[in-house]
Structure formats: C-alpha cells, structure tokens
Design a protein around this ligand. Structure first.
Ligand code: BGC
Length: 464
C-alpha cells in the first residue's frame, strides 16, 4: 500500500515535470517576441534605420512564425512532436547567436526570420504535445502552463530590456536568449514521445510504455490505448480529410475563428505599443514608459495563474465569456479616456488601470484558452493539419494587426481605434456563446466522436 502511494506521488511528479519541460518552449516564444521592443530603438540608431526597415525587423519574426507553423505541421507528422521541439530549440540557439553577432541589418532580419520559424514550431508543437500527454482532468491547466511561460518570457524580456537599456546593450538583449534555448534543448531531450503520435505510426508497445509512465492506474492506460486505436480507424489524413469530410472542415473553421478572435482582442497592440499608449495617457519619459511595460508584463503573468486555477473547474466557456466582457469594458473606458483627453493625474492613472484590467482579462481567458481549445477540438487523424492552420492563422493575424495599428490610429484616431477593439470583444462574447464548446474533463476521443457524428460545434464537448 505504502509503495503504491509512493509510486502515485512519484508519477504525479513525473507528469508535472514532463508538463513543465514541454512548456518551456513557451518561454522562448515570449522572450523572442518581447525582446525586440526594447532593442529596436538602439538597433535603429546604430544602423541608421528608416521606419520601414524597423517594421521589417518587427515583422520578420511573425512572418517566420507563420511559415514555421506550417512547416511544423508536416515536421511533427513525420518526426513527431518531441523531435520537432528539438529542431525548434536548435533554431532558437542559432538564431539568437546570429542576432547577437550580426554585422548588418540584413543578417539581423534573416536571423529574426529563423527565430520566427522556431517560435512557429514551438507555438504549434507545444500545445499539441501537452494535450496529448496530459491526463484529462488537468489538460486545461497543463496547456495553460504553456501560456504562463509565454507571459513569463515576455515579462523577462521587458525587464532585461529595461535594465540593459541603461547600457544601450542591444546585442546582449538579443543574445541572452541563448541560455533558455539551451535549457529547452536539454529539457526536451529527456521527454517521452507523444503516445498518440506513436500509435498513429503503429508503435503501440512504445506508446503503452509511455502511458505507463504518465498515467496513474493500469485501467487508465488500457482505456486510453483503446480510445486512441478507435479514433485512428478513419483511414484518412490532413488535406484528404479536409476535402472529404464536412465535420473536419467545421473543426478547422472553428480553430481559425478562435485564433482570429484571440488576436483581434487587441492584445498585441497593447503589448507592442504599451509604451506609446502610456505616452498617450500622459506618461512621457522613456523610463516611465519602459517600466510601464514591465508593469503590463507582470499583470499578464499574474492573471494567467487565474486561468490555470479555473480552467478545469469553471470550464472553458464561462472563463472566455467573462474574459471577453472584461476586455470589452476596459477598452471602452480606455477609448473614453482618450476621447476626453483630460490632463488630470487621476485620469492618467485611471487609463493605465484600464490598460491593466484589459491585460488581466486577456491573460485569464483568451490567452491560454484559445490554445487549449485549438489543441482539443481537432480529430486525431487531422490534428496536425487542423492545428497547423489555426496556428498559422494566429501569426498571420498578429502580423496584419501589428502592421495596421498605426494606420488605424491615423485614420480613426486613438479613441475610435480603441472603441473598435471594444466592439470586437463584445462581438466575441456572442460568438463564444454560439459556437465554442465546453471541453473540460472530457476525453479528446469523445470530442472527436461527437464532432464526427455531426453534432453542433457548441455541443462537441458533451458527455452524452
Ligand atoms: C498570444 C500572443 C500574445 C501572448 C501574450 C498568446 O496567447 O498568442 O499573440 O502575445 O499570448 O501573453
């Protein structure tokens, strides 16, 4: 008996470690997307860059990430999730070195595209891997751990940029990312392979061994093996399934919609332009603005803990509904403050508080939950294809929104731009209500069975 309890504790620990190591890729995602914002002004000075060139440096990572996500679908189908992440880690290492030692801006752009490819692979393979190894009861929290590490990476990047900015050490800002990249490589090398991927390649015995390692009882192992085998009976994959199967087209469509919704909340506008928004709210010095970014990053991390705590208890739908409402509300008030343009201290602080409420609303809901849902709703045979499309959508939408924000500001004005995002967030509450399924505590195989029976998208997470 004592032995049993001990082995249960050991296994739980092992599951936690596997989840954590798998999620480290999120840290690199956050670091690499965040680090450029502080480095850019110094790079621009050193190489005397035009605005367009600066936009190219910003956009290079997102473009690379969209390409990386598409490439990762193919890669992870052939070599598996674990080895894809290893490829990602190697690219992170090479890309960071290249950035730190770049002799000119062309090589810097190429290095940022390379890092983008790594981020694309990471943002594709991590939630997929975590969803496939996580026990049902904690699947939501485990995938949210990935988002927690993204936010932690962003915050670390903001802090390190702020500190290094006093020395104008932009090469260090970009180069320091090598350290976590090496950790990622070592960590991922010790991970087990995804049991679902192994079975899809006819390697049942290996899959069984992995499940023995990360499930608590023999019964769980057997049931899961049977369920996976059953869901693999449809002998089609990816594109063919998409072409021939209406139900699969519905889940792919839902994945695309969810990622567009996540980006159209306006989160990255707020993150990338946080210093500028702080400026619009009356905080004018560079130091004030950079520390403002650190504050934004901290709230982003802290509120993600809320999601981890509630996602498997409240469920996906209520958490998302609450999050979109909070975001709509805070963007509305932020728009109002910009419209009134009051020059009073309370008004400045109130605007910053609304900015932080917005970040908290995102971090406790759409931040993690969209990744959770996208990795849960695709049927096993088409999972690589479906998640490829939704992840690439995330990056393309991110790129388009970042590239159009400044023009939107010019055309609509600050208040209207923020009101536009407020309206979108209200719309997303309605969309969530109509289309988004509740997937807590239900097996991926049951979700798949419901989808393939043609049940309404909103109902594919139902047990009966
Ligand atoms: C989004 C990113 C965003 C980050 C912020 C992620 O879930 O996909 O675009 O920058 O959250 O925390």
């Amino acid at each position: 008996m004592k032995l049993d309890i001990n082995s249960t504790v050991l296994k739980k620990r092992r599951i936690a470690v596997v989840g954590f190591l798998g999620a480290i890729a999120g840290l690199l995602f956050g670091l690499d997307t965040g680090v450029i914002s502080g480095a850019l002004q110094f790079i621009a000075e050193e190489f005397a860059l035009s605005d367009t060139m600066q936009e190219h440096i910003m956009g290079a990572l997102m473009l690379g990430a969209a390409v990386g996500a598409i490439f990762a679908g193919w890669l992870s189908y052939y070599i598996g999730r674990k080895y894809s992440l290893l490829v990602g880690a190697v690219l992170f290492i090479i890309g960071s070195f290249l950035c730190a030692f770049t002799p000119n801006v062309e090589i810097l752009i190429a290095a940022r595209i390379l890092l983008g490819i790594a981020v694309g692979i990471a943002s594709y393979a991590t939630p997929l891997y975590l969803s496939e190894i996580a026990p049902e009861k904690i699947r939501g929290s485990m995938i949210s751990l990935y988002q927690l590490l993204i936010t932690f990476g962003l915050l670390t990047a903001f802090i390190s940029d702020t500190v290094l900015s006093y020395y104008e050490a932009w090469r260090w800002m970009l180069g320091i990312v090598v350290i976590p990249a090496v950790f990622l490589f070592i960590g991922v090398a010790t991970l087990p392979r995804s049991p679902r991927w192994l079975i899809s390649k006819g390697r049942e015995q290996e899959a069984e061994k992995v499940l023995e390692e990360i499930r608590l009882t023999r019964k769980e192992v057997v049931t899961e093996l049977q369920e996976i085998e059953k869901s693999l009976q449809i002998k089609q994959s990816g594109w063919t399934l998409f072409r021939d199967n209406k139900n699969f087209r519905r889940s792919v469509g839902l994945g695309v919609l969810l990622q567009i919704m996540q980006q159209c909340t306006g989160i990255n506008i707020v993150l990338y332009y946080a210093p500028r928004i702080m400026g619009m709210a009356g905080f004018l010095t560079t130091a004030e603005q950079m520390w403002g970014s650190v504050l934004v990053g901290s709230v982003n991390v802290l509120a993600t803990f809320i999601a981890i705590g509630v996602v498997d208890r409240w469920g996906r739908r209520p958490t998302l509904l609450l999050g979109f409402s909070v975001m709509a509300f805070s963007m509305d008030l932020l728009g109002l403050m910009l419209y009134l343009d009051l020059d009073a201290t309370w008004a400045h602080y109130f605007s910053v508080i609304m900015l932080l409420v917005f970040i908290a609303g995102f971090a406790m809901s759409a931040g993690p939950l969209i990744w959770v849902l996208c990795s849960e709703i695709q049927p096993l045979k088409g999972r690589d294809f479906g998640i490829t499309i939704s992840t690439a959508t995330n990056w393309l939408a991110n790129m388009i929104l970042a590239a159009t924000f400044l023009s939107l500001l010019n055309v609509l004005g600050a208040a209207n731009t923020f009101w536009l995002y407020a309206a979108l967030n209200s719309l997303f509450s309605v969309v969530t209500w109509w289309f988004v399924p509740e997937t807590k505590e239900i097996s991926l195989e049951k979700i798949e069975a419901n989808l393939m029976q043609g049940r309404r998208l909103r109902d594919i997470g139902q047990l009966l």
